[in-house]
Design a protein around this ligand. Sequence first.
Ligand code: DAH
Length: 340
Amino acid sequence: MIQKINALLAEVAQAKAKNAEEVEQFRLKFLGKKGAMNDLFEAFKSVPGPEKKDVGQALNQLKVAAAAKLEEFQQALEETANDQVAYDPFLPPAPYPIGSLHPITIIKNQITDIFERMGFNISEGPEVVDDFHNFEALNFAADHPARDMQDTFFVQTNPDILLRTHTSSVQVKVMREGNLPIRTISPGRVYRNEAISARSHCFFHQIEGLYIDEKASFADLKQTLFKFVQEFFGEGVKIRFRPSFFPFTEPSAEMDIYWGLETEVDHRITKGTGWLEILGCGMVDPQVLENCGIDSKQYCGFAFGLGIERIAMLKYQIGDLRMFSENDLRFLKQFVGETA
Ligand code: DAH
C-alpha cells in the first residue's frame, strides 16, 4: 500500500491543470467521494496493526499534498479570470468621480453667455502688458495720481512691463485693431499688489465690456447693464448708479446691487449695508479713442468693467475672497452639477 501511495504522491507532484475542467478532474480523481483518497482510507481499515503508523503517515502526506495542489490550481484559475476581466475592452469603465467647474468659471461663463446673446463677441488679451496698454492709452499720465489706485506688479528688470491691473488693457488692444463698430467683452485675470484678506486679493477676475459705434449714449450703457443684471439676478433686481471717476471715461459711474440684509447669509459681503459695488463704467473719453487710433469725431462709445468674484460672492453668499483661490475640495465640491 505504501508503494501505491508513493506512486500517487508522485502523480500529484507532477499534475498539471490548464483550465477549470482539468482542475475538476484532478479534484474528483484524488479528493472526490469516489476518488483515490477515499479508496485508500477504506483500505486503511484492513491494514495490519504494526503497519498502521507508517501507512497512516503516508496517507496523510498524500491528502495534504493533493489538497495543496488543488488550491494552487484554483488560485491560478482565479488569477487568469481576473486578468481576463482587467483586459476586457467591452466592460463599462470603472466609476470615476465627476469634477466640477470652478465657481469663478461658472460665473464667467454665465456672464459672457448673457452678453453674447446681446450681440457682444469675446476678446482676450495678455496678462503681461506694457505701460501703454494698461495706463498710458487709458489716460493715466505718468504722474497721474489715479495710478496709485491700482497697486501694480512691475517686472523688476523692465518697469515698462507689468501684470495688468485691469482688463481695460484689452480695450486698448481691440480698439487699435480698428474693426469698427466694436461690441466686445473680455474676461480675464488681473493682478494688484495688495495684502491678501477676506476682501482683497493680489489676483482676481474681471470682465471688460466695450461698445464703440457712431452713436451711443449713457442711456444705452445703463440699459445694457440693467438688462444684464436682470438676466443674471432676475427681474426684481435693484441697482443704483453712483457718479465716479476713471481717467478713461467721462462721465463715469459705479453700479451697486442691492442684495438686502434679510437674505444676506454673510454680512461681510455688503459690510452690513445690503449694497455691493459690482462694476465701474462710463462713456469712453474721446482722448482714449484718439490714443487708440479711432476718430473721436465720428465714433463714441461706452465701457464697463465688472468684478467676477464680487458677483460670485453675492450669488453664492461667500464672505471670503480667499475661498476662490485656496482650492479646498470641500468648497469646490459644492459646485458639482452647477451648469455654466
Ligand atoms: N478698470 C476699472 C477697474 O479695474 C473698472 C472700469 C471702470 C472699467 C470703468 C471700465 C470702465 O471699462 O469704463 O477698477
